[in-house]
Design a protein around this ligand. Structure first.
Ligand code: ADP
Ligand code: MG
Length: 390
């Protein structure tokens, strides 16, 4: 895999570089960025290229626009924030609009690439047509830098197809992510404990299947723990439940490595001002929904994490976005930092670390890619990475 350092060695001054970044940040209802972690993580490679005299055209997506351009999903606020971080304004440009007219060191951001349905098309010809337009922007002697780790598991025009048509290099973020995850996927120091949460078991089946034989314990919290509790025969009230996964959870439990919460914070409705109570995990009343793991579970999980040499954590333990259901995530997030190697993967988990005011530097690595990091650890081949090997 060639890297951005190789590109700079080859000479990049005066060349136009198309750079795929992951700038898919959460926005509040007013369109304000609530967590700029992914923008900050993209800055070093952009800065390196622009500092070396390249013209940089950044391409990225925001959300999942369904029907073409959607003003609510414009990258305009992201361009503004990126400009602040770079210390120079970043113009938002449109594909098919006027040629950007770039000078050495300039950085521009292309509007949300997913406004063009060809970006995510399953049809390779459609994707290739969009890739051709992107490649054309780089003129003669262009290059492609892949730095959007959060999208490398996607076979999409700006991730995969462009890398076939331009000399392609891995950016610093992609390199750092792959470095850390390849060590976890290789021969991590034991005990190796994995903490999983988040909303859906079905999202995490693959990673549980792949990791169970290789880890010492899997601690399960978040919305997904209720399907496991159901598999033990417990009632779960109105908590999240994936009935079609109960059997699979039962099989996972047979490994003897799954650690479940013993108490749960239940609420009478899904709201920050709901009436709450802590109940045993085997005593969730009908009509209540479990929105966080309880204090006893946090202590149990912390104990299981205490002796771990390596920890991978994906998925919040509760609905941390609402204060009454944030304690489980906070407690586990703090316990995770005690491990020799602590890796956080998952967009919401990373956002939780920052939203709860925890010290990011206490972790060995916070991945910017949820799906991508899980697929990497499952041992899948990620199209956006394999295309860089080619
Ligand atoms: P990540 O992005 O870190 O991979 P996920 O996307 O899988 O994490 O899950 C994050 C979401 O899971 C959060 O928005 C959180 O509110 C939700 N969640 C966690 N616990 C529960 C629960 N008990 N009930 C409903 N939703 C939950
Ligand atoms: Mg998520």
């Amino acid at each position: 895999m060639k890297t951005v350092a190789d590109l700079i060695d080859e000479g990049v001054a005066g060349r136009t570089v198309l750079l795929r970044a992951d700038l898919n940040v959460p926005l509040d209802d007013a369109g304000n960025i609530t967590d700029d972690g992914r923008i900050r993580a993209s800055v070093p490679t952009i800065q390196e290229l622009s500092g070396a005299g390249a013209q940089v055209i950044v391409t990225a997506h925001l959300g999942r626009p369904k029907l073409g351009p959607d003003p609510a999903l414009s990258l305009a606020p992201v361009a503004a924030r990126l400009g602040e971080l770079l210390g120079a304004p970043v113009r938002l440009v449109h594909l098919g609009g006027e040629a950007p007219g770039l000078a050495a060191g300039d950085v521009v951001l292309l509007e949300n690439i997913r406004f063009d349905p060809r970006e995510t098309s399953k049809n390779a010809d459609e994707r290739a047509a969009l890739a051709d337009e992107l490649v054309a922007l780089t003129g003669e002697n262009g290059a492609f830098v892949s730095d959007g780790f959060g999208v490398v598991h996607r076979k999409q025009a700006s991730v995969y197809d462009v890398a076939q048509d331009l000399p392609a290099y891995a950016g610093q973020l992609v390199q750092a992510e792959v470095g850390v995850l390849s060590r976890l996927a290789g021969d991590p120091q034991r005990p190796y404990v994995v903490v999983l949460g988040g909303s859906k078991v079905s999202d995490k089946l693959g990673v549980i299947t792949a990791l169970l034989p290789r880890v010492d314990a899997v601690l399960v919290g978040g919305g997904m723990c209720f399907t496991f509790l159901k598999a033990l025969g417990h009632g779960v009230g109105d908590s999240l439940l994936e009935a079609d996964q109960i059997e699979t959870c039962r099989r996972f439990l047979e490994s003897g490595k799954i650690v479940l919460p013993t108490d749960v914070v239940v609420a009478d409705r899904f709201a920050a001002d709901a009436e709450t109570a802590v109940v045993g995990a085997d005593a969730i009343p009908d009509g209540r929904l479990g929105l966080d793991i309880g204090p006893e579970s946090v202590a149990r999980f912390a104990e299981a994490l205490e002796g771990a040499a390596t920890v991978f954590w994906n998925g919040p333990m509760g609905v941390f976005e609402m204060a009454p259901f944030a304690s489980g995530t906070r407690g586990v997030a703090e316990a995770v930092t005690k491990a020799g190697t602590s890796v956080v993967g998952g967009g919401d988990s990373a956002a939780a670390v920052r939203a709860l005011g925890l010290d990011e530097s206490a972790y060995s690595h916070i991945s910017t890619g949820g799906g991508a990091s899980l697929e990497y650890l499952e041992g899948k081949s990620l199209p956006g990475l394999s295309v860089l090997e080619g």
